[in-house]
Design a protein around this ligand. Structure first.
Ligand SMILES: Cc1ncc(COP(=O)(O)O)c(C=O)c1O
Length: 264
């Protein structure tokens, strides 16, 4: 099986699903599309007229799709959907192995809470297609404004061409993780990314009324770092900077495991 993302979490860019579909068909293997982040945005963005590349079962070769209701579907955490192209493929995911009695589960996961499923149902029924369409309109417009604002800051560059509501940006002249620390001190918590060093904002409805405020704080933070480069007390820039430079990814992974082991 091969997997493509629509979009990938770091940069909000949709993988070339059509090309992956051709590969899957030519090798006779399955293609899963991770639409966890995009599932409740991309279909609506396309309806709104945004140029969204193909990502779903209309693409030959796509055999399954996952879409998280607990992300842009606005349902409680712990709810996602897997869709299969047909029943034969779906049946392959069923689990019947059990040491006692008769047992069948549609997925590997066994016991699950019903309350979050009820929450997901309630979110989808109460918002409906119109609700998701309106939310998508608002967050797509906000992310376009953020993209434009970032482009206007000469010290920054946007990573790739974002397809939806995630905007990742870095810098060739200042330490972007230092910018992130200053932003954090102002109450903005973006995600640091590596390869290339960058940070991203995942635009949600909460950001819609504060786009200008965010862009002003971003401009100020860039100027602060430009005038006073160097880590701030309690900042995470040195850690992210160092981790990005370690060529041995296994070592980074070991450090993370040790961190988790000590934190729990
Ligand atoms: C594209 C994509 N797939 C999968 C996941 C995993 O989602 P979760 O941690 O909710 O299971 C994420 C999380 O952000 C994501 O962005």
């Amino acid at each position: 099986m091969i997997v493509g993302s629509a979009p990938g979490f770091p940069h909000g860019i949709i993988d070339p699903i059509e090309e992956l579909g051709e590969l899957a068909v030519s090798y006779g293997i399955c293609l899963h599309v991770d639409l966890c982040l995009g599932g409740f945005v991309l279909p609506f963005a396309r309806k709104l007229g945004y140029p969204i590349p193909p990502f779903d079962f209309t693409v030959q070769g796509v055999t399954s799709i996952s879409a998280d209701v607990h992300k842009y579907g606005l349902a409680p955490k712990g709810t996602s959907i897997v869709l299969y192209r047909n029943h034969d493929i779906r049946k392959l995911a069923y689990v019947t192995e059990w040491s006692g009695g008769l047992y069948v589960s549609p997925t590997i996961a066994g016991s699950r809470p019903g309350n979050v499923i009820a929450g997901a149902w309630a979110a989808m029924i109460s918002l409906g297609q119109e609700g998701y369409l309106e939310h998508t309109r608002e967050i797509m417009e906000a992310s376009k404004r953020i993209q434009q604002g970032v482009k206007e800051i000469p010290e920054l560059f946007i990573v790739g061409r974002p397809d939806m509501t995630i905007v990742a940006f870095g810098s060739n002249v200042i330490d972007i993780f230092e910018v992130n620390d200053i932003l954090s001190s102002k109450g903005w918590h973006l995600s640091p990314l590596q390869r290339p060093n960058s940070i991203h904002i995942c635009v949600t409805l909460q950001h819609v009324p504060v786009v200008d405020e965010f862009l002003n704080d971003l401009k100020d933070s860039v100027q602060t770092v430009k005038k006073n480069p160097g880590p701030i007390s309690g900042g995470l820039a040195p850690i992210y900077g160092a981790a990005g430079k370690i060529p041995d990814r296994g070592m980074v992974s070991e450090l993370l495991v040790d961190y988790m082991d000590n934190a729990c």
